[in-house]
Design a protein around this ligand. Sequence first.
Ligand code: ADP
Ligand code: ASP
Ligand code: MG
Length: 421
Amino acid sequence: MRKIIVQKFGGTSVADTEKIKNVAKIVINEKNNGNDVVVVVSAMGHTTDYLVKMAKDLNNNPSNREMDMLLSTGEGVSIALLAMAIQAQGYDAVSFNAMQIGIVTENVHSKARIIDIKTDKLRKNLNEGKIIVVAGFQGVTEDGEITTLGRGGSDTSAVALAAALNAERCDIYTDVEGVYTTDPRVVPTASRLDEISYEEMLELAHAGANVLHPRSVETAKQFNVPLRVRSSFKTDNLGTLILGVDKMEIYKPVAGVAADLSQARFVVCDVPDVPGQAAKLFSNLAKQNISVDMIIQSYARKVSNTNDIAFTIDSSDIDKTLETLNALKPELKCGEIQVNSEIAKVSIVGAGMIDRPGIASTMFETLAEQGINIKMISTSEIKISCLVDKTDAQKAVKALHDVFDLSCDEVAEVKGDLPDV
Ligand code: ADP
Ligand code: ASP
Ligand code: MG
């Protein structure tokens, strides 16, 4: 039986027609290796950012449904253009959007999860020898509503397709040569990792390393999909392989450093110290589909018998969170609600930190030496995160990358530019 390879190309890789021709070459090359190829593409260049900007120019608080209708159009353009570019080289190609295939998601707009992918049409077209080009990032509910998977979600479309088709591998082609010890735009001497475990990559992605969408790593781990991150522009380099931790040798306590600049911190002040308050607060946020990241509850103050509950969320959920908290205020009998979006979460990640004391203290000392104040701390077995002022984030990443000895002599090549919106 022929092997199926899923390839995914991000926005920079399909930013203009020349780059689309380059992608067509990579796709055809894989087909010529004797494999069946399913290609997932993102919207061209910064299309999605421009669509978001246009929406915000018209409406401060656009509905999530209309945002999904709008943002899903970006990928529609790139699939048709890539299919045409492949056909121009004499190969049979066909493009499909999520609705045509049946990439079924839950009924949630703006960050839907995939629940099922129909494979009949894909298999039929592959059996006819066609190269299939699929729109990333989008899905459809059982009722035929268009959804999107969240920003950066095309990675997840690709891995989910690879899992559904039992593909040999999923290759994520992007504008850097793999996964680095930190964002090479921030630290140009960051080292490329030959391999990293699903667990570490998942923590890094959640911590803000947007080279992979967190749910793509989750899905790859769950279905054991061999996943590679590699460059669209330097294809001789195999990039980074993401695999099970049991298959890895671990040399360093810290594998990578990441910063997430898209968080906001809420503090709910003077919450009466009685049972059920946290449950009320967080269940109401969950009902609104708001994901909470770090949480701190202070000790109850003796005199007032109240405490403060602080937590972080994604900045895109600020309005919804504020609305939910204001509605809940009378029931919680709490005081002031504070919001701060000028913060960043800086994290170090590494399976090698398990059972190795002193990693957290080195992190805190390093931040202190830089005069950086830590506002919140959270940890998992293989990650330590500190919340700092947004203006300190880059300084923190550089210092931590340095102290954990992660740099190399080479300067990483980064192809894409940052959006100018
Ligand atoms: P694509 O459009 O191909 O999906 P993204 O912009 O989503 O590309 O992801 C690639 C970018 O991720 C890189 O240009 C880089 O700036 C950033 N990045 C952040 N952290 C890392 C990391 N640890 N390793 C590699 N790239 C990273
Ligand atoms: N086009 C979408 C975005 O910019 C999805 C993706 O690129 O993965 O977020
Ligand atoms: Mg991406």
